[in-house]
Design a protein around this ligand. Sequence first.
Ligand code: PLP
Length: 454
Amino acid sequence: MSATADLNGTRDASTTAHLVRLGKKHVTNGLGRLTDGIMSRGEGSYVEYEDGRRLLDFTSGIGVTSLGHCHPKVSKAAADQCLTLVHAQCSIAFHKPYLQLVERLLPMMPHPSLDSFFFWNSGSEAVEAAIKLARVATGRQHIICMQGGYHGRTFGAMAVTKSKTIYSEGVFPVMPGVFTMPYPYWHQHNLPPSTPAEVLVNQSLYQLELLLAQQTAPKDTAAIIVEPLLGEGGYVPAPPAFLHGLREVCDAHGILLIADEVQSGFARTGKYFMVEHSGVRPDIMVIAKGLANGFPLSGVVSRKPLTDHLKPGTMGGTYAGNAVSCAAAVAVADAFKEENILENVKERSHELRNSLEALRSDPDVAPYVLDVRGEGLMLAVEFTSPDTRVAGALAKADSPPGLATRVVHACIERGLLILTTSAYEVVRFIPPLNISKHDLKHGAEIFGEAVRAV
Ligand code: PLP
């Protein structure tokens, strides 16, 4: 019997690990699976399972397959590249798709000063590289990150991650020289969500000043790293005034501003990059997820004068900027234009937001809906208990599943694949950016039904 024919998934109730039976052996993938069963096919906005289920996918592999599953032009570009040149180590020679990709990306950048590109495979690797670049370029060591921020699971990325400290449990100290400041939202749990953004922003920036005065002197601080729209930390857009405030502090002290656009980049928010909504220019930008529609590719974009500080060999990796992934990314960039993706995101975002907001006028549901927020097709609903109505409630691993998790499971039963932000009572919507009006409406209706049922 072949291993595939005998592939079977079982949930191990005692841990979050899951077991996969391969022949006579059990192996664990160490991860929790949202759906029992094996995903076998993806087409556009839908995924199919071996047991015959077909689900509308509002996860896009956590913001990766932004043009839908197996986009014909992207898959063809990758397949053609597979038959031409699969790998060329970039320290030996550039390959054509690498250069074509830089050509496509340059006009998409939020600021003309962002003209230097390095490519990697994962978001975490690119975050590591951004930190390294900031340290080398400034000759300083310290990094300031945000409460609620998420940047990945390698050591440096984990050190600046504050939304899921569970990842770094048991491996402390992860990286010295990291300081945390409040992101406008998560530090103000006791304030109602209607608190004016100005108050939240002023509090956060005041805390930053204290941090610079008391814990890390400006002359020791290389960079501030921020997600302009918190992803894993609950889909919270940074108020524009906050990003402008960070820019001012950075300019005043020679600190570099790193924007992590791994999840919010590539048209997800209705502009190519989230920083465009505020007009704030980062010094370094980290990109990944939507870049190659499922092929592993990430990058760091920065200003040439910063990269002049790097010695040969400081950046790079064997698989960095893989030719097949770059060819796929070129096709993605072309499809964004050909399919008028930015326009579709704006229209669909408006429709989705309206249908989520409508839940607030349903008297049975309204008390449980604390917030509807986000930007473009990176939207979320935060649930709450009607007694407390406190924001930022943590979903606890050892208690019965919270409302958000129950809603997600009710959606899956009804044919909609959707996710929470794991740690919080937040359900997020990350449909493909080219989703049709019909599919979006269908998904929103399923969500509404699921919420009422739960
Ligand atoms: N940065 C942000 C904002 C992310 O959302 C993620 C992943 O979700 C990462 C970095 C890490 O990317 P990867 O999982 O590809 O390492």
